[in-house]
Design a protein around this ligand. Structure first.
Ligand code: SF4
Length: 219
């Protein structure tokens, strides 16, 4: 799968990013490079690198400001996202918007993406091979956006990005470092979890305050 992926990306003229080896993000990547964005969107749109392409309605690339200071990363599209082609819509998306608003962010000012661009059937957890196949797209997005801070929502996104199996309760509440550029990465609960466990909203709000502080520090 990895060789297929590398060949596919090479055919498309896209550089290969390797999360586990913490390969340096390309410092010459230009923000708002429309050609590169278009190329990446088209590549994801046609992607058949893992079996999820068979069951998707459409790919869910990501949405928001292409030069956002804050990049929010979840795990994978759900049913609503698969239908609309946008991450974090429906009740969980509305809650995310409200949480962001509570600390003065608006959705249009951040960039929102998932590790997987296609919906796993029945909202099951992403499989390792799917996340491995799809992660280069996320890293391409990261390279284009060059965010100052990353917010990982949910255990799966957080553990995948930090390459660990530490429980989410221990990952949140402090500032982690992502990649060779050591981008501040803050972990919080997925809004879908908050809908089921509203008492955790207070901790989520604390996490967003931490995001604001990290952003202020990076200015
Ligand atoms: Fe390709 Fe990612 Fe969709 Fe798999 S989940 S088919 S790797 S875009």
């Amino acid at each position: 799968m990895s060789a297929d992926r590398d060949r596919y990306l090479a055919d498309m003229g896209l550089p290969i990013w390797v999360l586990r080896q913490r390969q340096a993000l390309d410092p010459t990547a230009v923000k708002n490079n429309k050609k590169t964005w278009s190329q990446l969107i088209a590549t994801v749109d046609q992607c058949t690198l893992c079996s999820l392409h068979r069951s998707r309605t459409q790919t869910v690339f990501g949405v928001g400001r292409r030069d956002a200071d804050l990049l929010i990363i979840g795990e994978a599209p759900g049913a609503e996202e698969d239908r609309k082609g946008e991450p974090f819509v429906g009740r969980a998306g509305q809650l995310l918007d409200a949480m962001l608003a509570s600390v003065g962010f608006i959705r249009n000012d951040v960039y929102i993406a998932n590790i997987l661009k296609c919906r796993p059937p029945n909202n099951r957890d992403p499989r390792n091979e799917e996340a491995t196949a799809c992660t280069p797209y996320l890293e391409q997005q990261l390279s284009l956006i060059q965010p100052k801070v990353i917010l990982a929502l949910g255990r799966i996104a957080a553990q995948w990005l930090l390459q660990c199996d530490t429980p989410i309760g221990r990952l949140r509440g402090s500032v982690n470092q992502f990649g060779v550029q050591e981008i501040p990465l803050i972990v919080s609960y997925h809004p879908a979890y908050l809908l089921r466990s509203p008492l955790a909203k207070a901790k989520s709000w604390e996490d967003l305050i931490l995001v604001k502080q990290a952003l202020r520090k990076e200015k």
